[in-house]
Ligand binder design. Structure first.
Ligand SMILES: NC(=O)c1ccc[n+]([C@@H]2O[C@H](COP(=O)([O-])OP(=O)(O)OC[C@H]3O[C@@H](n4cnc5c(N)ncnc54)[C@H](O)[C@@H]3O)[C@@H](O)[C@H]2O)c1
Length: 352
């Protein structure tokens, strides 16, 4: 049985925690949030006790501390939890500075404890099927990728100056570190190579006084480092809208748009491989003209699926395996974001 403490339980974690107590072989021991009123709601969702003090997440009957607080608090909370002998699961980004990320990674190694990242997109089984298709070579060689992550805080006017997102230092940046980091992590996994070099632009054009960092950012990246390195474009915004994910290979392509709209092309040649063709989420389309269809995205609190990111992390701990996304991966993703900011500042490409 894995016994967990959820820290920062009442922000976006409110939407994710609903199924928490139903994860097999997990006991939700304690929920911690500085908001003493809101945190009481966790008792009705299967949590055994609540607290406003971080120290209570370090109780003897806790094995894993799951951190959902604002970015600038991750480093201190993760290090304290690891030093108290707990495993740690962190929200993205790993923290707001590279030095802080290094400290988390080093502390996990020194304490021989697991530190991993909760990356929401992996909750979607469609993307696991896409990974399998890429690995089987259905798209040919991956040549380039595009991903947009935009949410108009500016238009919805939802952030006040007291919010931590209004402070560039607390966030570690602006929309790119908050939003594009999801796609950066996912696409490196899908492509099977890490980002090695970036060229970026970032500016705060419409959201001054509301978000501290940039509200628009674009990065061109290189994955790996050879004469067939795939290239990618990532863009983020807090002042415009939309999300999308696109992967182009030498034989086919995949596009995922808002509301689960998919366009899939696997070229005109029949698929020939050792394994039988079975990709039910992709409509089992073996070849032909591009097709368009839709897949509903699962709710992030649905813990019934094995790819649910809470389930995957707790299972890895139980089986003594590294987590799907390690703290080292989280550190690298943060380094990509920081390289984009550096590139924007100096006007040149930057190695990661
Ligand atoms: N996975 C995703 O899709 C996703 C989406 C949004 C945010 N996030 C990440 O989740 C984290 C939290 O973001 P948010 O939007 O929930 O922020 P938020 O400000 O809405 O909520 C943070 C929560 O932490 C609590 N808190 C603040 N200081 C605390 C402390 N010292 N101890 C305990 N609790 C404390 C607050 O009361 C609040 O309930 C950030 O790292 C953010 O990047 C992830």
């Amino acid at each position: 049985m894995i016994r967990v403490a959820l820290v920062g339980a009442c922000g976006v974690a409110s939407a994710y925690r609903q199924g928490y107590a139903r994860i097999p072989n997990v006991q939700w021991k304690v929920a911690v949030d500085v908001d003493g009123e809101k945190v009481k709601k966790c008792l009705a969702e299967g949590c055994q006790r609540v607290s406003t003090k971080f120290e209570d997440a370090l109780a003897d009957d806790v094995d894993v501390v799951d951190v959902w607080t604002p970015n600038h608090l991750h480093e201190e909370q993760a290090v304290r939890a690891l030093e108290a002998g707990k495993h740690v699961l962190l929200q993205k980004p790993i923290t707001n500075t590279l030095a802080g990320a290094d400290r988390i990674v080093a502390t996990a190694r020194r304490m021989n404890k697991t530190a991993g990242m909760y990356m929401t997109l992996y909750n979607n089984p469609l993307l696991w099927e896409l990974k399998e298709m890429i690995q089987q070579g259905l798209f040919g060689e991956i040549q380039n990728t595009r991903a947009r992550n935009a949410y108009p805080f500016q238009r919805h006017n939802t952030l006040g100056p007291e919010n931590w997102r209004s402070d560039q230092a607390k966030v570690g940046g602006g929309c790119f570190i908050q939003l594009s980091i999801h796609s950066i992590n996912l696409l490196q996994w899908l492509v099977g190579r890490r980002v090695t070099e970036v060229m970026g632009y970032a500016a705060n054009q419409y959201s001054q006084g509301m978000v501290g960092g940039e509200d628009v950012a674009i990065a061109c990246v290189k994955y790996g480092n050879d004469n067939k390195s795939p290239m990618g474009i990532f863009d983020a915004s807090y002042a415009a809208d939309d999300v999308s994910l696109e992967i182009y290979g030498t034989r086919g392509f995949f596009k995922l748009e808002r509301n689960g709209e998919i366009t899939l092309s696997l070229g005109k040649n029949p698929y020939q491989a050792d394994k039988p063709f079975s990709f039910p989420m992709m409509n089992n389309m073996a070849s032909g003209e591009p097709v368009r269809f839709r897949r509903a995205e699962p709710h992030d609190s649905d813990v019934s699926r094995p790819c649910n990111q809470h389930r995957m992390f707790f299972t890895a701990i139980q089986e003594g395996r590294p987590p799907h996304v390690t703290a080292e991966d989280g550190r690298h993703d943060l380094a990509v974001c920081m390289a984009v900011y550096e590139s924007s500042r100096i006007g040149r490409a930057v190695r990661v």
